[in-house]
Design a protein around this ligand. Structure first.
Ligand SMILES: CC[C@@H](C(=O)O)C(=O)SCCNC(=O)CCNC(=O)[C@H](O)C(C)(C)COP(=O)(O)OP(=O)(O)OC[C@H]1O[C@@H](n2cnc3c(N)ncnc32)[C@H](O)[C@@H]1OP(=O)(O)O
Ligand code: CO
Length: 139
């Protein structure tokens, strides 16, 4: 497997609206998308574009949201995961499994409309790592 570009940095927040105001007013971000719900992932999402990557703001959606435990430990929010692109999601899953890293579930469609999976932070130097298949139009 060849590791691709950094697609986004996930930032968990208790309030996406407050985080949008922060990125606009303090960070000077000018390209901020519209927030949208992603019930299949248990999060509400908003992308902040920077020249070379994106910040993915994520707010819990529903009682079983996977970011509730993280926010319980860090109520103000914080950096939650990093996401790298790969050309083939199934090849990447087999690669990490062969390395003994715990892949969390089967590939599923993420916020960019392509398949993603997560690798457990304990097997990734303490960093929750999202692997995402590169969108076709980006090839
Ligand atoms: C918007 C959609 C999508 C996209 O397309 O981009 C997304 O990004 S969705 C983002 C949210 N979804 C997920 O995070 C799914 C994958 N995550 C999980 O399965 C779980 O969150 C987890 C990583 C398995 C952790 O589960 P949890 O129930 O929270 O377990 P613990 O609290 O017990 O944590 C176990 C262990 O892991 C450490 N940890 C937890 N979260 C993180 C983190 N974000 N970064 C680094 N380390 C993390 C936690 O501290 C525990 O460590 P120890 O204390 O050493 O036991
Ligand atoms: Co993400």
């Amino acid at each position: 497997m060849i590791l691709g570009r950094l697609n986004h940095v996930g930032v968990a927040t208790p309030s996406i609206d407050a985080s949008i105001a922060f990125y606009r007013d303090v960070m000077g971000a000018t390209a901020i998308g519209e927030p949208f719900d992603l019930p299949t992932q248990g999060v509400r999402v908003c992308f902040v574009d920077t020249p070379n990557t994106q910040i993915e703001l994520i707010e819990p959606l529903g009682d079983t949201s996977p970011i509730r435990a993280f926010l319980a430990k860090s109520p103000a929010g914080g950096q939650h995961h990093v996401c790298y692109e790969v050309p083939d999601i199934h090849e990447a899953k087999a690669w990490f499994e062969a390395k003994g890293a715990r892949v969390l579930g089967e590939p599923r469609i993420g916020a960019h409309g392509t398949p993603i999976f997560f690798v457990h932070p304990r097997d990734m130097g303490g960093v929750l790592t999202e692997i995402m298949e590169t969108p076709k139009e980006a090839h």
